[in-house]
Design a protein around this ligand. Structure first.
Ligand SMILES: Cc1cc2nc3c(=O)[nH]c(=O)nc-3n(C[C@H](O)[C@H](O)[C@H](O)COP(=O)(O)OP(=O)(O)OC[C@H]3O[C@@H](n4cnc5c(N)ncnc54)[C@H](O)[C@@H]3O)c2cc1C
Length: 309
């Protein structure tokens, strides 16, 4: 892991910075590159533009590690209202959340109740899939166990897995057996070398290996699998492999983040692949934004340019 990535990921967890940086105007301005605004209306407006390019949306309200169960209830209420709003729009929007935003640090039982309520309402109204984000390795085992438990009662829930973890091949094998819908990412947190590949090349290779397992599952059972990456070389390899094994274009789905590789997103959608863009909104953007900067430390120059201007 590079020095600058390490520093940015450390900054994402620093309490003093978490409190002060979001009040700095030049940082607020820079954040707009990665999110259309702090409100859900801003996210909806951006969604309309994407849908005209045949790109669908995943939406998430930023926030993690909430400190009181009351706050988790408010998050649950927010998502329940959001489902009504999506239902009234003609947009194809899915929802993805972090378990720690729904009280996972405080009461797993309550989190299970909230997740089930949201999943059920999505199933009845939107008929699409509710995705659970994957957070740092402190939560991996608990999240996988929680997800398996949720699957027993709610079919329309999918899980994100991280290719940088050594354990993911085993997790994926088990979850594919359960016919889960998986969103594969490289992983955005600071993890030690005894649990995660430290070299980017190895993460990329593992991502490809895991993708092959997912593509074979799609071939076997036509299950929905999601390749969430902006890595053009990796995507080209996945497309080649999908052709080799006989998948159709519409059986491949790529997801990317708002503001990153927008023209590539449009190109893939125009070629006939499924594309969804994850749009984030909300006021608690600090740790999430620092992880975006860590993915490409050159982005820090963009923040500094806003300071100068
Ligand atoms: C839909 C979606 C959902 C995600 N959910 C999770 C999750 O639940 N848990 C989790 O740990 N992580 C999640 N991530 C983040 C993910 O783990 C990676 O940190 C992130 O996608 C960057 O990795 P990459 O696959 O794009 O590959 P990289 O090798 O990091 O990047 C490939 C290329 O994409 C471009 N790029 C990548 N990131 C940026 C950036 N921030 N700014 C500008 N250019 C960039 C660069 O050109 C880079 O060379 C999610 C990502 C996506 C797209």
């Amino acid at each position: 892991m590079s020095f600058s990535r390490n520093v940015l990921l450390w900054m994402s967890q620093n309490e003093w910075l978490k409190k002060h940086v979001p009040t700095w105007r030049f940082v607020k301005k820079a954040v707009k590159k990665f999110m259309p605004g702090e409100t859900e209306d801003a996210a909806f407006e951006a969604s309309i533009k994407y849908s005209s390019n045949n790109i669908q949306i995943v939406i998430t309200k930023l926030g993690e590690n909430i400190a009181q169960l009351n706050d988790a209830e408010l998050v649950r209420d927010h998502y329940l209202q959001l489902i009504d709003k999506i239902n009234l729009s003609s947009l194809d929007v899915e929802i993805s959340v972090k378990l720690t935003q729904l009280g996972f640090d405080l009461s797993e039982e309550k989190t299970k109740l909230f997740v089930t309520e949201i999943a059920k309402k999505i199933f009845n109204n939107l008929r699409n899939t509710f995705y659970i984000d994957i957070e740092s390795s402190d939560y991996t085992q608990r999240t996988v166990d929680f997800y398996k438990n949720i699957l027993l009662g709610s079919e329309n829930v999918g899980l994100c897995l991280q290719a940088y973890l050594y354990r993911t091949e085993k997790d994926l094998t088990e979850l594919l057996e359960l016919n889960s819908s998986i969103r594969l990412v490289k992983g955005a947190y600071k993890e030690p070398a005894d649990i995660a590949f430290p070299e980017k090349a190895k993460v990329d290779e593992n991502y490809f290996l895991l993708s092959k397992m997912m593509m074979n599952k799609t071939l076997e059972k036509n299950l929905r699998m999601i390749y969430a990456t902006h890595d053009e070389k990796l995507i080209a390899r996945i497309i080649d492999e999908s052709k080799n094994i006989g998948l159709k274009k519409e059986q491949l789905e790529f997801q990317m983040l708002y503001g990153i590789k927008s023209s590539f997103q449009r190109k893939l959608a125009a070629e006939g692949f499924k594309v969804r863009v994850l749009i984030s909104y909300g006021q608690s953007w600090y740790p999430w934004y620092l992880r975006r900067l860590a993915e490409r430390p050159a982005n820090v120059w963009f923040v500094l340019k806003n300071l100068i201007s």
